[in-house]
Design a protein around this ligand. Structure first.
Ligand code: 9G3
Length: 564
């Protein structure tokens, strides 16, 4: 490809509104342009890079035995009504009507479509297991699209679905995909972790997210510095064993704490520490008001509340609900002398509190020297708090550290949630109808491309790993107005292309500085610079990552790059 014709509008300056490096560089290197918030065009250079990522994903899916197919983005609302998700999803689900007024969804994912396909076509256990995937545009109407394609409203996803006779089969499919994902992200030279995650609305039990470590990641990973434990902090389990202090237990006493509604205010006012406080928060748990207690230096984890209490819906009660149930604003809520039909669930750390402090369910009052079990009852203890840095790792090895991550992949064991909702059954060996057992596996392909740039750039621009660089070699005629430089550059360009390499040739009559800045932005790993010594047939071979420059004859350079 000659740059005199290539459509690659590079930018000198950082565009406003691009806050992260991958977004900035994808715009500055002329890889993409925004059409609307969260909606992008991939220009030729960006599209080439995107297809290289896609190709690695495709190769690993095919190797894993998945069959590529392609499903529509326009999905009949009926399917989403059958699965119950038409109502469940709000404004994020993009909807449209056809000319006859029929309702459709613009596909954010394809469980409904593929399950209805399999329902209609798969009859017998002999046809299972099956694994199908597609690489397709998804639509999700994010309220605040940002960070370029990292959180867009139209993006490229590889979504794969497995269909098995039973859960052992699903375990096998899941492991196969899990390994394929490791291969994909290793081949993309990404520093990533597979972390235990929350299946959220998808149901099912096992699920892992593949996280690219990055400070701008929106997810937080809790990982151990002494083992390979890693989990999304949303679900990272805490199994710390707490020791009780040996101090003498004193009688509970009410104390006036004027306008001290927060833990910081109470600990400052009473000159005590947060670990002696008991934080009481009222939640609506599937319609039942429930008091959740955690130690003052810990945070309630709502996803854990949902799991521990096997609830579908968990939401912090409103101030009115708290006043009605406990007769006090949230800042002074507590578990002492409350109506017995209000369940109290406490995090394990609360059980070890001695002479604790909690709200007295009265404006401006707390209790001191409170003893769980003696002064209030706990319906049940459980793991309700978010893990913290410094906690012991749940596997007993090492200490927990936090790291931000970009979720580039997510694998789910769906079980029979969709096959039962849509009636996708098969006749088992006893001739009886049984629901197909499913898994679903996603990779954000355009998001992954951005993640590669997040991890592979320097102050001058992108530094592509060899395997996914949009071109193999960048040839530059430094002064294209100089006949022998342009001619030698063209010869090298043609020889490399004939050898099957993907070559970008900068034949533009631009100043050297412009050419080098563009080349650094675009980030092709190997560069051949044809300059002053062209007349002697000598060129410079430059390594974009290390900056190393070597002088070689044109033929040596070509031989080295073509391996001949
Ligand atoms: C929706 C909307 C947004 C969504 C979903 C549905 C995320 C939704 C989860 C998944 C699960 C897996 C197959 C590939 C791997 C991920 N956001 N999810 O289901 F209607 Cl608006 O997409 N799907």
């Amino acid at each position: 490809m000659k740059q005199s014709t290539f459509f690659v509008p590079t930018l000198r300056d950082t565009p406003s509104g691009a806050d992260i490096i991958s977004h900035q560089l994808m715009l500055r290197a002329g890889m993409m342009r925004q059409n609307a918030a969260g909606v992008y065009s991939f220009l030729p250079l960006g599209w080439k890079a995107l297809r290289k990522v896609e190709q690695i994903v495709r190769e690993e899916m095919d190797k894993a035995g998945a069959q590529e197919m392609f499903m529509p983005s326009i999905q009949p609302a009926e399917l989403w009504k059958e699965s119950g998700r038409w109502e469940a999803y709000g404004e994020e689900l993009m909807r449209l009507k056809d000319r006859h007024g029929r309702e459709f969804a613009l596909g954010p994912t394809h469980e409904e479509v593929i399950t209805s396909l399999v329902r209609d076509e798969v009859r017998s256990y002999k046809e299972l297991p099956k694994m199908m995937y597609q690489i397709q545009t998804k639509f999700r109407d994010e309220r605040r699209p940002r960070f370029g394609v990292l959180r867009g409203r139209e993006f490229l996803m590889k979504d794969c679905y497995s269909f098995d006779r039973d859960f052992e089969g699903l375990d096998q499919s899941y492991m196969t995909m899990y390994e394929a994902y490791n291969n994909v992200f290793q081949r993309l030279h990404l520093n990533f972790r597979a972390v235990k995650a929350d299946s959220g609305a998808m149901g099912g039990k096992d699920t892992h997210e593949f996280m690219v470590l990055s400070d701008i990641g929106e997810d937080t990973i809790a990982y151990s510095d002494g083992s390979d434990f890693a989990a999304n902090i949303e679900i990272a389990p805490v199994n710390t064993v707490y020791s009780q202090s040996g101090e003498a237990r004193e009688e509970m006493a009410k104390v006036h704490t004027p306008a001290a509604g927060s833990i910081d205010e109470v600990t400052a006012f009473l000159q005590t520490e947060a670990s002696r406080c008991i934080k009481s928060m009222l939640f609506d748990v599937d319609g039942t008001l429930t008091l959740i207690l955690v130690r003052g230096d810990h945070d309630v984890n709502e996803i854990k509340v949902k799991h521990e209490l096997h609830a579908e819906h968990v939401e912090l009660a409103s101030e009115e609900q708290t006043k009605a149930a406990l007769g006090t604003p949230p800042g002074f809520a507590g578990p002492v002398s409350i109506s017995s039909d209000l369940p109290v669930h406490a995090d394990h750390a609360v059980e070890a509190v001695v002479n604790g402090i909690c709200g007295a369910n009265e404006q401006d009052y707390h209790f001191q020297h409170v003893q769980p079990g003696r002064d209030f009852t706990v319906t049940a203890y459980g793991d309700f708090r978010t893990i913290q840095e410094g906690d012991p790792s749940p596997d007993g090895k090492g200490t927990i550290r936090f790291k931000e991550g970009i979720e580039v992949g997510h694998v789910f064991k769906l079980g029979t949630k969709y096959s039962e909702a849509l009636g996708a059954t098969y006749l088992n060996e006893q001739g009886r109808a049984a629901p197909i057992v499913m898994g679903s596996y996603g990779i954000g392909v355009s998001r992954t491309l951005a993640a590669v740039i997040e991890q592979h750039h320097d102050e001058n621009g992108i530094v592509w790993p060899e395997d996914i660089a949009p071109f193999d070699v960048h040839v530059i005629a430094i002064n294209a107005k100089q006949e022998e430089q342009l001619k030698l550059g063209e010869d090298i360009y043609e020889q490399l292309r004939r050898a099957g390499l993907d070559v970008l040739f900068d034949d533009r009559p631009e100043r050297a500085g412009v050419k080098f800045k563009d080349a650094d932005l675009i980030g092709i790993p190997v560069r051949i610079q044809v300059g002053k010594r062209a007349a002697e047939g000598i060129v410079e071979v430059k390594n974009r990552r290390t900056g190393e420059v070597r002088e070689l004859s044109a033929s040596e350079a070509v031989a080295e790059l073509t391996g001949k």
